[in-house]
Design a protein around this ligand. Sequence first.
Ligand SMILES: Cc1cc2nc3c(=O)[nH]c(=O)nc-3n(C[C@H](O)[C@H](O)[C@H](O)COP(=O)(O)OP(=O)(O)OC[C@H]3O[C@@H](n4cnc5c(N)ncnc54)[C@H](O)[C@@H]3O)c2cc1C
Ligand code: SF4
Length: 342
Amino acid sequence: MMRLPKFEYRAARSVEEALDWLGAFAPAVDKDPEARAMLMAGGTDVLPNMKHKLFTPKVVIGLRGVASLRGISYDPERGLRIGAGVRLSEVAASPVIRERYPALALAAESVSTPQLRQMGTIGGNLCLDTRCNYYNQSEFWRRAREFCLKKGSDTCRVAPNGTGCYAVSSCDTAPALIAFGATARVAARDGAREVPVAALYDDDGIHPVRLREGEVLTDITLPPLAGDWRSTYEKYRVRGSFDFPIASVAAAARFEGDVCAEARLTLQGVATSPLPLPEAEALLTGQRWTPDLIEAAAEVALRASHPMDNTSGTIALRKRVIRAYTRQALAGLAGNVGAGAA
Ligand SMILES: Cc1cc2nc3c(=O)[nH]c(=O)nc-3n(C[C@H](O)[C@H](O)[C@H](O)COP(=O)(O)OP(=O)(O)OC[C@H]3O[C@@H](n4cnc5c(N)ncnc54)[C@H](O)[C@@H]3O)c2cc1C
Ligand code: SF4
């Protein structure tokens, strides 16, 4: 049985309290990295990773009691606001999200299991750690094979001659939020800042989320979508009942008649960060989506994806799935389901 290491739990009642506690521990981290305090929302990633001794915080700051992080609201002028502490089950069931931002509802609904969606939050999902077959293992397993660059060694087990960590970006809601042009609001002790969700991620498997030490993600805002917007999320995973994405596609597009006026495509599970596809978006914009055009965009997606051999599924399979799911997603949006062969 894997046990949690010893830690102190502090339940924050406000964002300010969480920020104060994060700040109080920051100086200690210079002397002892294990002394860091870590935020926990639903705990569905933090706690398993602590059991695996991947995270060893001295203090865990719980956000579940912070009322200002809850709530979903929609305003036709300002768009949709989702508190970082909103559970994935609430995102998936929200009538306004299902009606106006269906790709986000589909993405939230596809995360793990009903129990975990009832605990896991959208903020925790956006800040999810990257994953790798050599990293997401018990300490016993990792010690037997030698540790890797991301935890305790100077060598990556996947690309020993590489210069970084290629662990896989695996959070389902990020690609959908990026496709909608969402913005994250982040609080710090010296004020708050807004950052596009697309800019939250770095191409770095060790530090995948660009939050500074001591910051708390508070809200996500999606712009109001006027006109004929359509969107979807297609996810490939090994176990259909629950699993992390290993090749998925979020697509959103606005149509004027049968011509696409704006197109957004973002891949997930095939790189260290979500991958927006500006080349495919440009190809699709201003056009009627014929099967040939959809095929051309699916080829762009295949070329842009660069999965590594560090999660389930082979590299070739995941690339082929990206092409097939991009084709399927676009054909669905164009009302042209079934275009082309897999
Ligand atoms: C069996 C299993 C299957 C899973 N399958 C999937 C899947 O298919 N797809 C998927 O996307 N995920 C999956 N997950 C991972 C996880 O359940 C979800 O990503 C969930 O949304 C994480 O949210 P949480 O609130 O539990 O995050 P936590 O575990 O509480 O936190 C995750 C990270 O976010 C940080 N954090 C949390 N809230 C904030 C905040 N407000 N500001 C700043 N940082 C914050 C934490 O410090 C931590 O680094 C799975 C997990 C398990 C155990
Ligand atoms: S990609 Fe390499 S460094 Fe990163 S977690 Fe996997 S084995 Fe470790």
